[in-house]
Ligand binder design. Structure first.
Ligand SMILES: *Cc1c(COP(=O)(O)O)cnc(C)c1O
Length: 230
């Protein structure tokens, strides 16, 4: 059978991940690929899952919910990677397996409360606004340690690591210093929380640089699914 457009792209991205890992002296199994599917229809996502994609990343709760229903039963995990409003936490817990964007205490508290109601524990990442950009969510680098301590004090949160959406540049090399700072921050926070291991950073334009700087999760949309309708 001929490979689909999505399967073809996915194979290409996997190859580039493997090459970046080889350059960095890392094992390709250390890097998880999240396929970012905002605006991508469920049928396209199904093709990617059939071609071996294991994690989906969604930015909007309503979209995540309807696609998860449409693709129920397929062997794939769902990560939430958008800004999460507290009044969407209940639905988020119904349709997502990991929340990458915990950026404030009030959200952490609400996740803990709702997860307790469901009798489960929710894996999360703490989102860092590493470029200190006003338009972006995430806690400041300086507040990361206190948010981490707060989250680790909540029974129903399982904090796995950090996530960032650094400033955008055409040249990926210009993002490298931000990726490096994220890695340093993770290493510092590990003194307090040795279990922290995940570093979610890098998108279509810069995931190879992110991997060279220590990313364990890359979030790739366009390079797999093509350009999004504006
Ligand atoms: C859209 C998005 C991505 C993927 O972006 P691409 O450039 O299409 O790969 C990754 N992370 C977040 C948080 C996003 O919103």
């Amino acid at each position: 059978m001929e490979k689909s457009y999505v399967a073809e792209n996915l194979a290409g991205v996997r190859g580039r991940i493997a090459d970046a890992c080889a350059r960095a002296g890392r094992n390709a199994s250390e890097v998880k690929l999240v396929g970012v599917t905002k605006t991508v229809p469920a049928e396209r996502i199904r093709e990617a899952i059939e071609a071996g994609l294991e994690i989906i990343g969604e930015n909007y709760i309503q979209e995540a919910k309807s696609k998860r229903e449409a693709l129920a039963g397929l062997p794939v995990a769902w990560h939430f990677i958008g800004h999460l409003q507290s009044n969407k936490v209940k639905t988020a817990l119904e349709c997502c397996d990991l929340i990458q964007t915990v950026d404030r205490e009030s959200l952490a508290l609400e996740l803990d409360r709702r997860a307790a109601g469901l009798g489960r524990k929710i894996p999360v990442l703490i989102q860092i606004n590493i470029g200190e950009e006003e338009t972006k969510s995430g806690t400041g680098e300086a507040q990361a340690a206190s948010l981490l301590t707060f989250c680790r004090g909540l029974d129903r949160l399982d904090v796995r690591g950090l996530m960032a959406l650094p400033p955008f540049f055409d040249q990926p090399e210009r993002v490298r210093p931000y990726f490096r700072r994220m890695r340093q921050l993770l290493d510092t926070l590990k003194n307090e929380a040795p279990g922290l291991s995940e570093l979610s950073m890098g998108m279509s334009g810069d995931f190879e640089v992110a991997i060279e700087e220590g990313a364990t999760i890359v979030r790739v949309g366009t390079a797999i699914f093509g350009r999004r309708a504006a």
